[in-house]
Design a protein around this ligand. Structure first.
Ligand SMILES: [Zn+2]
Ligand SMILES: [Zn+2]
Length: 184
């Protein structure tokens, strides 16, 4: 056991890439108090006690109070973090492709999670970088990534993956899928 240092900075990247439960358990362990209400698999912060700050190449990007930490809507491992920037609500979805480091500063002013972002992946449809707050659509065949809305639009028009050209459909719930052979 290492002794508690007041200014310690802790990497929480692994927990954030795993699940809301792992993330909030680790946060509660490191912070003296973090009251949350669990609604299904989503942890709602009861007070504005925890901040999220995004940086890009060391420069501040945006920041705000964390409203909730929940499961990813696409069913993959990891978390979605809803942040109130004061102007708007943003949903941040950290992944190995967009988060270089995820650090918790627990005892220096307001507890803050700082994510150093990177945008390594470009959308197969528009060619622009996929940012940490963008919803990602993935081709089930080749795993190529696009902005979700761009991929849905493309598949609705062309019925195929923009990258590998596999035949694809958009299901009613917005999921991108390979058509079932029983369908006509
Ligand atoms: Zn795009
Ligand atoms: Zn594909």
């Amino acid at each position: 056991m290492s002794k508690k240092v007041k200014s310690e900075v802790i990497s929480i990247l692994k927990a954030v890439l795993t699940s809301p439960n792992e993330t909030v358990t680790l946060l509660k362990e490191k912070l003296d108090s973090l009251p949350t209400t669990k609604v299904c698999q989503t942890f709602v912060m009861e007070n504005d006690e925890l901040a999220l700050a995004l940086t890009h190449e060391g420069k501040p990007y945006f920041s705000g109070n964390i409203i909730w930490v929940g499961n990813r809507r696409d069913g993959q491992d990891g978390v979605e973090i809803c942040v109130d920037t004061g102007k708007e609500m943003k949903t941040v979805i950290p992944s190995r492709d967009n988060a270089k480091t995820v650090m918790l500063t627990p005892h220096k002013g307001k507890p803050t999670i700082t994510i150093e972002t990177m945008s390594q992946v470009r959308c197969a449809v528009c060619g622009k970088a996929i940012e940490i707050f963008d919803e990602v659509g993935v081709c089930p065949q080749c795993d190529n990534q696009s902005h979700l809305a761009h991929l849905q639009e493309w598949v609705r028009m062309k019925s195929s993956c923009p990258y590998c050209k596999t035949e694809l459909v958009v299901l009613k719930d917005g999921t991108i899928s390979v058509p079932l052979t029983s369908q006509t």
